[in-house]
Design a protein. Structure first.
Length: 354
C-alpha cells in the first residue's frame, strides 16, 4: 500500500508535476527565464487597484463583467464570447475538465508548452504530442482525430514560431469534432490573432493572458474567447469568485490603456530583433520569433547546459529545457535594454570560453 493509502487518484500519483522556471529572490539577478515582462505595467493599473481597496470586505463581481466588457471592446467581440479567468492556465484547465473524460485523447505539438501534458495527466486524459516538422512548423499531414482537444500555442513556446492564419484554418479543418485551442499568450508581440475566426469555426477557442504584454504576471488574469454556447458550459465549471476585486480592477485598467501597450510592445520587439542579431553574430543558430523571447541552439553536446551555467554564474537566468530534440537549445526572455546588454556580454564570454 503506497503512503497515500489509496486516497489519491492513480493518475495523480503517476503524474509528474509541472516544473516552472527557476525563481530567484536575489535582487541582482537578471531573470530572463520565465518570459515575464521586465517593463512596469501601465500606471493606470496601480491607480485602479488603489481605488478598489475600499471594497475588500465584499465578494467581487462573480463574472468579472466590467473586465470582460473592456476585453470585448478591445478585441471587437460580444461580451458573451469572453470569459475572465485566474491566469490563462485556469481557462486551459476548464477545457480539459469540460471536454475530456478519463481515457479520452488530447493532442499537442512538440516542442510546446509542457503544461498541456500536465493538465492531461491530472485529468486522466491521454496526451499525444505530434512532432513539428522542419524548423518547428506544422506537419504537412495532420492526424488529429479522435482527439477531444487540440492545443497549439501561437506564437509557440518555447520556439517563438508564428503560424499564419492559413495554418490555423488547416488545423481547425483537421480536428473533426475536437475543440481547437489556440493559446495566444504572446500574440500581442506578433500582431496576429485567431479571435476573428470564431465567426466561422464553432470548434475554436482562443486563450489570452495579461501576464506577458501587459506586465501583469503577478495579478494572474487570463481571458478565454469562444462561441457563447460552449462558453456557457465552461461557466458552469469555473470557480464562481475566480478573480478578486484588485485583479479585476487592475486588468481592466491595463486593457484600456492601449497607448501604453503599444509603446511597450514596440520596445520589446525592437530589443528582440537587436538581441537576435547579437546571438547570430556569435555564430549561434537563432530561430525567428514573434514572441517576447528568443530560442537558439548551442554548440556541442553539453553546450546549452554549459552556457546556461556560465550565465547563472553572472546572475543571469535563461531557460534550458533538456527535452527531446531541444536539449542543445536555450530560451531567453526579452528584458530591458540593460538586461539584454548584460545577457549578450555574458553569452559572448560563455561562447568564447567554450
Amino acid at each position: 500500500m503506497p503512503p497515500t493509502m489509496g486516497i489519491i487518484r492513480a493518475c495523480v500519483e503517476k503524474m509528474t508535476g509541472y516544473l516552472p522556471g527557476e525563481m530567484s529572490i536575489d535582487p541582482r539577478t537578471v531573470k530572463l527565464n520565465q518570459n515575464e515582462n521586465r517593463h512596469p505595467p501601465s500606471p493606470r493599473v496601480a491607480e485602479a487597484i488603489a481605488g478598489a481597496l475600499g471594497g475588500l470586505n465584499l465578494y467581487p463581481e462573480s463574472t468579472s463583467r466590467s473586465l470582460r466588457r473592456a476585453a470585448a471592446e478591445l478585441y471587437g467581440v460580444s461580451e458573451r464570447r469572453v470569459m475572465a479567468t485566474n491566469g490563462s492556465d485556469e481557462m486551459l484547465s476548464l477545457f480539459f475538465r469540460c471536454c475530456c473524460s478519463p481515457g479520452d485523447e488530447a493532442v499537442g505539438f512538440h516542442p510546446g508548452y509542457t503544461y498541456y501534458a500536465t493538465l492531461a495527466a491530472m485529468n486522466g486524459v491521454r496526451y499525444r504530442p505530434i512532432d513539428f516538422s522542419g524548423e518547428f512548423r506544422l506537419p504537412e499531414r495532420l492526424e488529429l482525430e479522435p482527439a477531444r482537444l487540440v492545443l497549439l500555442a501561437n506564437p509557440n513556446s518555447p520556439t517563438g514560431t508564428l503560424f499564419p492564419e492559413g495554418e490555423i484554418r488547416r488545423l481547425l479543418a483537421a480536428a473533426g469534432n475536437g475543440l481547437v485551442v489556440i493559446d495566444e499568450a504572446y500574440a500581442d508581440f506578433s500582431g496576429q490573432t485567431s479571435i476573428p475566426l470564431l465567426d466561422e469555426y464553432p470548434n475554436l477557442a482562443v486563450v489570452r493572458t495579461l501576464s506577458k504584454s501587459h506586465s501583469l504576471a503577478g495579478l494572474r488574469v487570463g481571458l478565454g474567447f469562444a462561441r457563447p454556447e460552449p462558453l456557457a458550459q465552461f461557466e458552469k465549471v469555473r470557480d464562481f469568485y475566480n478573480l478578486d476585486r484588485l485583479a479585476q480592477a487592475g486588468a481592466e485598467a491595463a486593457l484600456r490603456d492601449r497607448d501604453w501597450l503599444r509603446r511597450t510592445v514596440e520596445r520589446i520587439v525592437a530589443s528582440r530583433e537587436r538581441t537576435a542579431r547579437g546571438i547570430a553574430g556569435l555564430g549561434l543558430k537563432v530561430y525567428p520569433s514573434a514572441a517576447n523571447f528568443l530560442f537558439f541552439r548551442c554548440p556541442g553536446d553539453s553546450g546549452a547546459e554549459r552556457i546556461s551555467a556560465s550565465l547563472r554564474e553572472r546572475n543571469i537566468l535563461v531557460r534550458h529545457f533538456g527535452n527531446r530534440g531541444i536539449s542543445d537549445c536555450l530560451r531567453v526572455s526579452i528584458g530591458t535594454e540593460a538586461d539584454m546588454d548584460l545577457f549578450l556580454a555574458g553569452l559572448e564570454k560563455a561562447v568564447r570560453k567554450g
